[in-house]
Write a protein that binds this ligand. Structure first.
Ligand code: PLP
Length: 368
C-alpha cells in the first residue's frame, strides 16, 4: 500500500495524456511552446492572479523569485525550520541568510508571533510554507510583511488548490494569491504531478513575472542579448502537456483527498495515541499529505510496516540543524515546536485513487 500512487492517476487519464504527449512529439516543439503558455494562463486563472511563469522545478520557482525580487547578500529571509530543505536552499542559492521562526503546533505552519519577533533591519523577505496542503495564516503574515516592508513569497509547493477565508476579502483566497509571488512544484507525487520535474511562479506583478521569465532563460532580454546571469530553468513542453491534461481533474482529485481525510479524521477519534491533523478555522486543506501526530511513532510505524502500509516522516530533522546551516548557529533548543513535530509526525497514505478498502486497511492497522 503506497503513500502516493502517481501511476494510478495516469491510468485514469491515459487517453487524454497520451493525446497531449502525442501532440508535443508531432510538433517537435519542446521548449517554451504552446503547452507551457496554455498551462501558465490556466494556472494564473485558477489561482486568481495575472501572471504565471513555468520553470524547471519548485526549488527554481523559489530561487528565481528571490533573485527577481533583488534579494541577495546581506539580506535575511524569514521562513519555517519545518519544511523541505528546498525552501532554505533557495535562500542560500541567492546568497541571503535564512532566519527561522518556530511553527504553530496544530498546523506545523509558521507562527506569526514568532515571525514578528524574528524581523530585523536586515529582513528582506518572508517565505511561509503551506505545509502538507494547508495554508499558513496569510492574513497575519501579510500584515507583518507590509509593516516591515518585506517581500512575501508563498512556498505553495504542497498546496495547489488550498484556500483560506480572509475576512476582508470575498470568497476564498487561494494559495499563491495573497503573496507577492507564489511558488508551486509539480514533483510527481504533488497534487498536480508531472512525469518528472516542474514548477511555476504566480504573481500579479508584471515586472516580477517578466524578470522570472528572463531569469529562466539565461537572462536573455532579446535574441543573443544577455542582460544578467540567469539559469536554464524552463518548464518542458512535455511536462506542461501532461500537467495541462491533469489540471482538468485537480478539483475532483483534491475533493477525493479531502474525503479520505475526513474518513481518517472520524476513525482516529476512536484511536488512542494517534492525533489527526488539525485544520485551522477557515482553511481548505488539500491533503498533499495526511500527517498524524503519534505519541509512540516507532510503534505505529512498525505496525504499518508489518502490514505493508507505507508511511513517511516529513521531516525528521528541522532545517536549522541540517549540515549546510551549521554556521548559521541555531542550537537544538532554538525551535521547540519544530523539534517536537519532527519527533511526532507521520504521513500515511492519501491519494485520489486510493480505494476505500485500502483506507480501511490503514485504519485497522493504526487501531492495532
Ligand atoms: C515545501 C516544499 N518546497 C519546495 C519544494 C521543491 O520543489 P521541487 O521538488 O519541485 O524542486 C518542495 C518539493 O518537494 C516542497 O515540498
Amino acid at each position: 500500500m503506497p503513500l502516493q500512487d502517481p501511476a494510478r492517476e495516469h491510468r485514469e487519464l491515459r487517453e487524454e495524456i497520451d493525446a497531449a504527449v502525442g501532440r508535443v512529439v508531432d510538433s517537435g516543439d519542446f521548449v517554451l511552446g504552446e503547452h507551457v503558455e496554455r498551462l501558465e494562463e490556466r494556472l494564473a486563472d485558477r489561482v486568481g492572479v495575472r501572471h504565471a511563469v513555468g520553470v524547471a522545478c519548485g526549488t527554481d520557482a523559489l530561487t528565481l523569485t528571490l533573485r527577481a525580487l533583488g534579494i541577495g547578500e546581506g539580506d535575511e529571509v524569514i521562513t519555517s525550520p519545518f519544511t523541505f530543505f528546498a525552501t532554505v536552499e533557495a535562500i542560500l542559492h541567492v546568497g541571503a541568510r535564512p532566519v527561522f521562526a518556530d511553527i504553530r503546533p496544530e498546523t506545523c505552519n509558521l507562527d506569526p508571533e514568532a515571525v514578528a519577533a524574528a524581523v530585523t533591519d536586515d529582513s528582506a523577505a518572508l517565505i511561509p510554507v503551506h505545509l502538507y496542503g494547508q495554508m499558513a495564516d496569510m492574513r497575519s503574515l501579510r500584515a507583518i510583511a507590509d509593516r516591515a516592508g518585506l517581500a512575501l513569497v508563498e512556498d505553495a509547493a504542497q498546496a495547489l488548490g488550498a484556500a483560506q477565508r480572509v475576512p476582508e476579502r470575498e470568497g476564498w483566497t487561494r494559495a499563491g494569491e495573497l503573496g507577492d509571488a507564489g511558488c508551486f512544484s509539480f514533483f510527481p507525487t504533488k497534487n498536480l504531478g508531472s512525469w518528472g520535474e516542474g514548477g511555476m511562479v504566480v504573481t500579479d506583478d508584471r515586472v516580477l513575472a517578466d524578470r522570472v521569465r528572463r531569469l529562466r532563460s539565461h537572462g536573455e532580454a532579446g535574441r543573443g542579448r544577455h542582460v544578467e546571469v540567469g539559469w536554464n530553468s524552463r518548464l518542458h513542453e512535455l511536462q506542461a502537456a501532461v500537467l495541462d491534461a491533469k489540471l482538468e481533474k485537480l478539483g475532483e482529485w483534491n475533493g477525493r483527498r479531502r474525503a479520505h481525510a475526513a474518513a481518517y479524521d472520524r476513525a482516529l477519534e476512536e484511536i488512542d495515541g494517534v492525533e489527526p491533523p488539525a485544520v485551522r478555522a477557515g482553511n481548505r486543506h488539500v491533503y498533499q499529505q495526511y500527517t498524524v501526530r503519534c505519541r509512540d511513532r516507532e510503534a505505529v510505524r512498525e505496525r504499518l510496516d508489518a502490514a505493508g502500509v507505507e508511511s513517511a516522516v516529513y521531516y525528521p530533522t528541522p532545517c536549522h540543524r541540517q549540515e549546510p546551516l551549521a554556521s548559521v548557529g541555531y542550537g537544538k533548543e532554538a525551535f521547540p515546536e519544530a523539534e517536537q513535530a519532527a519527533r511526532e509526525v507521520l504521513s500515511i497514505p492519501v491519494f485520489p485513487t486510493m480505494r476505500e478498502e485500502e483506507r480501511g486497511r490503514v485504519i485497522e492497522t493504526l487501531d492495532g
